[in-house]
Ligand binder design. Structure first.
Ligand SMILES: O=C(O)C(=O)C[C@]1(C(=O)O)C=C[C@@H](O)C=C1
Length: 357
């Protein structure tokens, strides 16, 4: 055998030895990934990678220089994190990889979210009085709606802003539910609220500001009612999925995700609606996805085209705020539709809804 062929043979043996070691390394990385998942730690660990690279560079005898070694190992670490992520994703309860069928959330009054028909969730930002909620409820029943939203506990940016009527607000919502058979969606802000609010609420809402409140998510997971989870103000789609996973992992599979806009540098709208999050969430998870056009835009003049866009990209429904007299509303006065504006909005969005059934 020529010298060249002998060397090539040796190199191929080494390739196979490296491949075997890489496979073994990959299997260990997968196990590390599972341990990290149990502990709730992030997959990517730059400090650990730096430590390992420093050690390897110290031991490096050449002929490859330190930078080449660094690049080669960086590629290996990257491949490991990708492996860990896809393994984790396969194991996420909310992942479509684990369950290909859509999750369909139902309420006692026959409301269905995530089924063949797209749905709407309308109602005032805050519950202010029985009369105020009733005016909206009557309007919704005339339109054949199944849901009403209204906040009784309001986590507001300023502590001096209206904080909601609390339990009194929930009682009003229950009266409305009994009289109009509308399923009530209302926010809870404290892990102790679930037990207290149970007799009054049909779907618990976890608001954007609490998307990362893990104790609240876990308690929502222990509750026996559907949970509408809003995307955090600065949360990535991955973080939103993990927040939903917290609820599912604690035992509750009835989860609805709500894209409500994220904080960007753009000032033309209140938040920036991440429209691409909708198909990404629909592909990556089996959960129903709603789009809140009030909080994402903060502008009544563009709510309709944005709502149509949400339905067009695959949202299971649209949320929007409606108030009988927004000018005196105790919260979100500028962005809630009055009943006339709502009629116009509804006529058009109902047409669009039929298109995307
Ligand atoms: O040690 C870890 O925490 C791992 O997840 C393993 C590993 C690796 O491949 O060595 C993978 C990704 C991390 O960014 C750091 C290291």
């Amino acid at each position: 055998m020529s010298e060249l062929n002998q060397l090539r043979e040796r190199i191929e043996e080494i390739n196979i030895a490296i491949l075997d070691l890489l496979s073994e390394r990959g299997e260990i990385a997968k196990q590390i990934g599972l341990e990290k998942r149990k502990a709730g730690t992030m997959i990517y660990d730059p400090m650990r990678e730096k430590e390992m690279i420093n050690k390897l560079q110290d031991l490096n005898k050449g002929p490859y220089d330190d930078n080449v070694i660094k690049q080669l190992f960086k590629e290996i670490f990257k491949a490991s994190t990708e492996l860990q992520k896809s393994e984790n994703e396969k194991h996420l309860y909310v992942s479509r990889k684990l369950k290909s069928d859509d999750t369909i959330v139902t309420t006692a009054n026959g409301g269905v979210i995530g089924g063949d028909e797209k749905i709407f969730v309308f109602g005032p930002c805050s519950v202010e009085s029985y009369e105020q909620v009733e005016q909206v409820a009557e309007n919704l029943v005339e339109k054949g709606q199944k849901f009403i939203r209204g906040g009784a506990f309001k986590p507001r940016t300023s502590p001096y802003d209206f904080q909601g009527l609390g339990v009194e607000g929930l009682k009003i919502l229950k009266e409305i539910n009994k009289k109009y058979d509308l399923a009530v969606i209302s926010e809870v802000v404290d892990p102790h609220h679930f037990e207290m609010a149970d007799p009054y609420i049909d779907i618990y809402q976890i608001g954007a500001r609490n998307m990362h409140n893990f104790e609240l998510l876990k308690e929502a997971g222990r509750s026996n009612k559907p949970v509408l989870l809003k995307r955090g103000l600065s949360a990535t789609i991955e973080e939103l999925i993990y927040a939903a996973e917290y609820i599912h992992a604690s035992g509750n599979s009835n989860i609805i995700i709500c894209e409500r806009g994220i904080r960007t540098y753009e000032k033309a709208t209140r938040n920036t609606l991440d429209i691409s999050a909708v198909p990404i969430l629909k592909q990556g998870t089996h959960l129903p996805v709603l789009v809140d056009v009030t909080h994402s835009t903060g502008r009544k003049d563009i709510m309709l085209p944005v709502a149509k866009a949400a339905l067009a990209v695959g949202a299971d429904g649209v949320m929007a705020e409606v108030h009988p007299d927004p000018s005196v509303a105790l919260s979100d006065a500028g962005q809630q539709m009055d009943l006339n504006e709502f009629d116009l909005f509804y006529k058009e969005i109902e047409q669009a809804r039929k298109l995307y059934r």
